[in-house]
Design a protein around this ligand. Structure first.
Ligand code: SAJ
Length: 396
């Protein structure tokens, strides 16, 4: 069976490496962080994902998965390093490019290099250029983009069951990658070229961003016109070909708020809609803070209770969370006492976290920021005599 080398042992790389190891492949997992490598070699995990601990442990115990800080020779290399963006909204590809450089040291003729990291159009070709320049003696290398599409919290299930887009830089590369993925993916494998595969992934998340921006804009329109946005959307969605998404306090997480910028950076003049959607979603937390400030003016010393900090319901992930940024801004503004309930997190620096019951007793103004299931169960009687601002439709 082929040897696999997975570069980047994060939310995508580690589940992929351990899944392949349990399927019988001999897998080396590479990470630049020494402590991550040591932990994995002891069969332990450094990220929270259902059932991943069990899979990594059995992969390591079977001898099929071993972690290193430097790439090992293999037949197939999978790059799953992060692709963040810089302050000027330009993609930061340094981790992908350094993975490509590292692969150059061990790659041989016949090998397949797969880029799974979400990347701007043309990145797979750039990876090819780096490796071919470093290894002029090699003449038969294959390159492919196969974007990851997994939802945090369901990664192990979605790695197997999702359909996958597979785009090689030439037909032979696509064929080789198709043959590999068919060993462990139950979903359909969809053949294309590398540039289309790159844009397809970006477009999936951008489509959501644009549609959420529309819902967010509607919530502002409705606020001005005195119309209930939830009732409005429910009515409009009864049309058989309309499906408006849900407004919220903004868009968080590390994908949907990032990927549209990768399209903008490649085609700045042709992406007015995408850029406007980003601006609308990024400015929604400000709008929420302004609404709360207005309401706080009615009190001398208001207690503002924030419900939720995570970037979406029923998870503990605070990355790029609009709820967290709203709670922090309100605290810094000192317009009253800010208290917070986040059932999935024990403590957050600089914020006063309280149990739900205590928060409900104390708050004059109640701001629902995340639709956690605990909040949905709050009896309506507990909301009486409070000013309630439901930014995400918890009780709808
Ligand atoms: N949100 C709304 N209104 C909605 C839906 C979502 O305001 O109607 C907000 C959420 O509250 C959250 C943000 O958008 O702040 C993003 O949440 P999400 O659940 O839509 O997406 P992520 O970022 O957790 O995961 C996405 C997934 N992409 C899609 O659903 C198209 C996942 O499949 C991708 O693999 C992942 O991004 C990624 O890595 O790109």
């Amino acid at each position: 069976m082929e040897k696999i080398c997975v570069l980047g042992l994060g939310y995508v790389g580690l589940p992929t490496a351990s899944l392949l190891a349990t399927k019988g492949y001999s897998v080396s997992g590479i990470d630049v962080k020494k402590e991550v490598v040591e932990q994995i070699n002891q069969g332990k995990v450094h990220i929270v994902e259902p059932d991943l601990d069990v899979m990594v442990k059995s992969a390591v115990q079977s001898g099929n998965l071993k972690a290193y800080t430097e790439p090992q020779p293999a037949d197939i290399f999978i790059i799953a390093t992060p692709t963040p963006f810089k302050d000027d909204n330009q993609p930061d590809l340094q981790y992908v490019f350094s993975a490509a450089k590292a692969i150059s040291k061990v790659v041989k003729d016949g090998d397949l290099i797969i880029l799974e990291s979400t990347s701007p159009v043309g990145t797979t070709e750039q990876v090819q250029k780096i490796i071919v320049t470093e290894c002029p003696q090699l003449s038969n290398l294959h390159f492919c983009h196969c974007p990851e599409r997994v939802l945090p919290g369901r990664v192990l299930h979605e790695l197997i069951d999702n359909d996958r887009v597979i785009g090689g830089i030439d037909e032979q590369s696509t064929e080789k990658a198709m043959e590999f993925y068919q060993h462990f993916v139950r979903g359909e494998l969809l053949e294309t070229n590398a540039r289309t595969a790159e844009l397809a992934k970006l477009v999936e998340n951008t489509s959501r961003d644009v549609n959420i921006a529309f819902a967010n804009e509607l919530s502002i329109v409705c606020d001005q016109l005195g119309i209930d946005v939830w009732e409005l959307i429910a009515l409009a969605n009864r049309h058989p070909r309309v499906n408006i998404l849900r407004p919220g306090p903004g868009v968080g997480g590390h994908c949907i708020a990032v990927d549209p910028w990768f399209i903008v950076s490649s085609a700045p003049d042709a992406t007015q809609l995408v850029q406007t959607a980003r601006k609308i979603n990024d400015s929604k937390p400000n709008w929420v803070v302004d609404r709360i400030t207005d309401k706080a003016k009615r009190f001398k010393d208001p207690v503002i209770g924030c419900l939720g900090l995570a970037y979406k319901p029923d998870i503990d992930d605070l990355r790029e969370s609009p709820a967290l940024s709203i709670a922090r801004r309100l605290t810094a503004m000192k317009i009253g006492k800010v208290i917070v309930c986040e059932p999935n997190v024990t403590a957050v620096d600089g914020l006063d976290l309280l149990p739900l019951d205590t928060l409900l007793d104390k708050a004059d103004i109640l701001v629902a920021l995340v639709g956690h299931r605990q909040f949905k169960r709050i009896p309506m009687g507990r909301l009486e005599e409070k000013i309630v601002l439901d930014t995400c439709g918890v009780w709808r």
